[in-house]
Write a protein that binds this ligand. Sequence first.
Ligand SMILES: [Fe+2]
Ligand SMILES: [Fe+2]
Length: 273
Amino acid sequence: MNISLITPKPFNPQKLRARKVNFQLSTDIPKIWHGNSLIMTHFFNAINLFLPAFELMMVRVMKNQLNNIEDSEFKKQICGFIAQEASHSQAHHQYNQILRKQGYKFEKLLKTTDFILTEIVEKRLGKQVSLATIAGFEHLTTLLAEIVLKVDMLEPAEFRMKELWKWHAAEEIEHSSLAFIYLQKINNSYWLRVVGGVLGAAIVVSFIAIGMLLLVLQERYFFSWKTLIDLNKLLFTKYKLIPYSLIPFFEYFNFKFDSCNQDIYPLAEKVFI
Ligand SMILES: [Fe+2]
Ligand SMILES: [Fe+2]
């Protein structure tokens, strides 16, 4: 890992802390920064669009229920989780500014995202459903982080973008078990977990699909065989997003689901060496 972009701190899920980062994000990052693939670039850009709002929501909801936790060690872990998510949010907010400067239009989408997360999920559905939705989000982000690192999905990416996404993926793995354990401590209802898992997945998948479509349609030459081939590579053939995520996604609905999957830790350990 390049020392100038991330302050090195070894992978340690028992002692979560935010790492200092400076990805030197600026408009000299090429618009199409993942090889020459519109699809791969806008797959990550679409995730980037909603991450700041999404991670700030996690910070608010997690902070909100901290008083209901008595275990002081666990509280420290949650504070580490909150610090990591807050720094992810900041970095992705900076990157959204670059996307704006590069001419992409997405303000309405961001307002809608914010409305869904704050007005519908947080205010109308309440604290416990919000926490369950976050646990569902975190299950998906862990899955995505695992696939990204396992298949080396960022290999063709511009250096700073590669570092940004690898750092985020590795920290997602580092704190991957926390939101689920937090939910279990607050309310261990199986059906609450199911509602949060379904809601979290519906929000993440629709935000990524809509964001990708919105960005790809702003490219002059968006419709080509290459676009379709790249989409097929992302979903089925090269990076296998769907085959790799389908079964692990449904494991979340198993009564005996365990969020602590140490088998994936080496993927993240390598990033922070
Ligand atoms: Fe994050
Ligand atoms: Fe996370």
